[in-house]
Design a binder for this molecule. Structure first.
Ligand code: V1D
Ligand code: CA
Length: 492
């Protein structure tokens, strides 16, 4: 593309050295030779872009049609193995979600909604998560694609799998949230855990990846890292730096809280510093990357200043480690830029340069007036993340990772096949025993106060003064009924 400049090169180089370093003979751990081309599988359902959340709602599934259209018009399909995914079954979806919640999602429609009104609050449907025609079909489509993509990686059928319709990171076990109903990411990671000892989740959506963090808050087999805007108020209100995980999962949640207007160089620098350290410490055997495009400049809901090129460099950096990779969509509300961004990232994943002039296409009017792949998106907002803030943030994260390095739970050797099942009985017991012994430290015993590491409270990272809800974190979902009310059947 010829858009790279020298300062980019200086701040953000390819990571093939790390890829070589990361070579391992551990089962379920593959590394691509640094310079070989990846085999990339692309999961797209032709109908997924036809669902509508509602006229005034910012989430527009049509962006998926636009993205796929550009991918095809650029000829990228020739470098991809393209799959029409099958829908997720109820059984697959209830591997994470509560039966009564899924029963509700299946049965409620705009026409019968009034009969279900008493459940709206409980399952958090309403303005953010409206009931729309085909809502559950939509969920089955995007979740089915993520599950199939995870299975493709497990089978060794691809090095990288892409599902731009997935990445709905806010959905909880028994509750919709932030435009998300079914958490395909959690379902995909659960699938990956059947085979891969450790899964890293990375989230570059401008919103905190709360649903995924919460689902894996108490396990050391999944590390979650979210970069997001945080001021204690911005949706979903979580993602403070000191949310680090608990029990076996302590130190395995990493939060990178950012202020408005972060620019390309700052973001890329921080992303690279943090992710290189995370990957070298945690040594994931698979990576799931949520590529929410609301972190771009000029997003309808976002307030960062990133260009499409910078967003793509994060994808490039993760790819450069050569670890099996599942790439997902997420937020993104200026849909012409979402389509540009995810098309560009598809090209990065297949190592192909694209002309900055968009090819002729039926949706050309969406891309006026410039008709380019890389419109100018930055400079709209002042960068409120100064160098001192970013440097301290980086240091604190590296300190957290050092705790993880010394933690007895992070044994990097092979996990014997017979204990690879996720949260099987033995692990449950082990966790409970550890929880008992650490009960005095548990956030739930601190009346909503969050456990601190070292002295990290007394500075920049304690500037919100909010009372976070400790109850909502560290949730376990298997074999553990929630409240009696949540485990009753739906009755209309
Ligand atoms: F502006 C709107 C118009 C109609 C309906 C909803 C919105 C809207 C904008 N921002 N809703 C929000 C956020 N919700 C609130 C609520 C007000 N409170 C009481 C809560 O601020 C939700 C933003 C969701 C972002 C979703 C996501 O981008 O992270 C995403 N990732 O993957 C899929 C979606
Ligand atoms: Ca995020």
């Amino acid at each position: 593309m010829g858009r790279r400049n020298q300062s980019d090169e200086a701040t953000f180089t390819d990571n093939s050295k790390s890829a070589r370093k990361a070579k391992s003979s551990e089962p379920g751990t593959y590394r691509l030779a640094p310079h070989s081309k990846s085999r990339v599988a692309y999961f797209h359902d032709e109908g997924v872009g036809n669902y509508h959340y509602g006229e005034r709602h910012p989430m527009k599934p049509h962006r998926l049609t636009l993205t796929n259209h550009l991918v095809l018009k650029y000829g990228l399909h020739k470098k991809l193995e393209v799959f029409q995914p099958r829908r997720a079954t109820d059984q697959e979806i209830t591997d994470f979600h509560a039966h009564d919640y899924i029963d509700f999602l299946k049965r409620v429609t705009p026409d019968n909604a009034e009969n279900f009104a008493k459940y709206f609050q409980r399952f958090n449907v309403g303005d953010d998560c409206p009931i729309f025609d085909g809502m559950y079909d939509f969920c089955q489509i995007y979740a089915g694609a993520t599950i199939e993509a995870a299975r493709k990686l497990i089978a060794g059928g691809a090095d990288i799998c892409i599902n731009w319709s997935g990445g709905l990171h806010h959905a909880k076990r028994c509750e919709a949230s932030g435009f998300c109903y079914v958490n395909d990411i959690v379902l995909g990671i659960l699938e990956l855990l059947r085979h891969f000892p450790r899964v890293l989740y990375v989230d570059i959506d401008i919103h905190h990846g709360d649903g995924v963090q919460e689902a894996f808050y108490t396990t050391d087999r999944v590390m979650t890292v979210s970069f997001h805007k945080y001021n204690g108020d911005f949706f979903p209100g979580t993602g403070h730096f000191d949310e680090i995980g608990s029990s076996l999962g302590k130190y395995y949640s990493v939060n990178v809280p950012l202020r408005d207007g972060i620019d390309d160089n700052s973001y890329i620098w921080l992303f690279r510093q943090v992710m290189e350290a995370v990957i070298n410490t945690f040594k994931p055997s698979a990576i799931v990357l949520q590529c929410g495009a609301d972190s771009l400049g000029c997003d309808r809901l976002g307030c960062f200043n990133l260009s499409i090129e910078a967003h793509g460099k994060c994808v490039q950096f993760i790819k450069s480690f050569g670890i099996p990779l599942l790439v997902l969509g997420g937020g993104g509300y200026t849909i012409r830029n979402v389509a540009r961004c995810w098309t560009y990232e598809t090209s990065i994943l297949v190592d192909t340069e694209l002309d900055n002039n968009l090819p002729d296409n039926e949706y050309r009017e969406f891309f006026k007036p410039d008709y380019q792949l890389h419109p100018h998106l930055s400079g709209r907002l002042e960068n409120q993340n100064d160098r001192a803030y970013l440097t301290r943030l980086k240091q604190r994260i590296l300190e957290q990772l050092r705790y993880l390095d010394g933690a007895p739970s992070i044994q990097m050797q092979e996990i014997p096949p017979d204990i690879q099942g996720f949260l099987e009985d033995g692990e449950d017991e082990q966790r409970e025993a550890k929880e008992d012994s650490e009960a005095h430290k548990d956030i739930r015993d601190l009346g909503g106060q969050v456990e601190v590491v070292g002295e990290w409270y007394e500075d920049d990272f304690d500037n919100d003064g909010d009372a976070r809800d400790g109850e909502s974190r560290g949730v376990l979902w298997r074999g553990e009924p929630s409240t009696p009310a949540e485990s009753t059947d739906i009755d209309v």
